[in-house]
Design a protein around this ligand. Structure first.
Ligand SMILES: C[S@@+](CC[C@H](N)C(=O)[O-])C[C@H]1O[C@@H](n2cnc3c(N)ncnc32)[C@H](O)[C@@H]1O
Length: 176
């Protein structure tokens, strides 16, 4: 037991020194009608793998798994959002095709993605961009909500007019 104490203390010290993940955007959910249009724009197909980078309450993941029959993975930092979205996955019976990684967007592996959904702030997109450039396989579709990825040219841009919510939405599709 005594021998374990220094090991334990070293682990605690390492954890304390580990850089805290950066918050790349506050939680701001995409309206469900827009989620559907994002997945339509990306032409998400049954069995394809989609990642939502910063999955919030999990709405993109639920719709991708339930309505589009995709294999859907969310990455989320916030403890409460992770717990509630994981609980909803169980409640909806989607545990075979949907999951949430409790972690940092900037440290995941997206090489298996067919589609990436992203709703982050412009400066944050600049931090995510080199990771996607390095990891994504050819042909991966990236669909961005409201903020585009600087330096990438969208294959298609769709503006969805205000339907009473008080604002319009812009979606950008990139094909790598
Ligand atoms: C604008 S919200 C988008 C939520 C969801 N994708 C949607 O469209 O409804 C951004 C989300 O990213 C999460 N987030 C911010 N920084 C993150 C990071 N470094 N790693 C994982 N998630 C992060 C926030 O907690 C928040 O839930």
């Amino acid at each position: 037991m005594k021998k374990l104490i220094p090991v334990f203390l070293a682990a605690v010290a390492a954890l304390a020194q580990a850089p805290k993940p950066e918050v790349l955007a506050p939680y701001f959910p995409t309206p469900l009608t827009i989620v559907e249009q994002m997945l339509d724009l990306a032409k998400l197909k049954p069995g394809e793998k989609i990642f939502d980078l910063g999955s919030g309450d999990g709405r993109i993941i639920f719709m991708a798994a339930q309505r589009f029959r995709a294999d859907a993975i969310g990455v989320e930092l916030d403890n409460d959002l992770v717990s509630s979205s994981q609980a909803k996955i169980r409640q909806l019976g989607l545990t075979q095709t949907a999951r949430i990684i409790h972690g940092d967007i900037l440290t995941q592996d997206y090489s298996s993605a067919d589609v990436v959904a992203i709703y982050l702030l412009p400066d944050s997109l600049l931090k995510v961009r080199p990771i996607l450039e390095k990891q994504l396989k050819k042909g991966t579709r990236v669909v961005a909500h409201d903020f585009g990825i600087a330096g990438w040219v969208p294959t298609k841009t769709v503006t969805i007019p205000d339907d009473g919510e008080g604002r319009s939405h812009t979606l950008m599709l990139y094909i790598r």
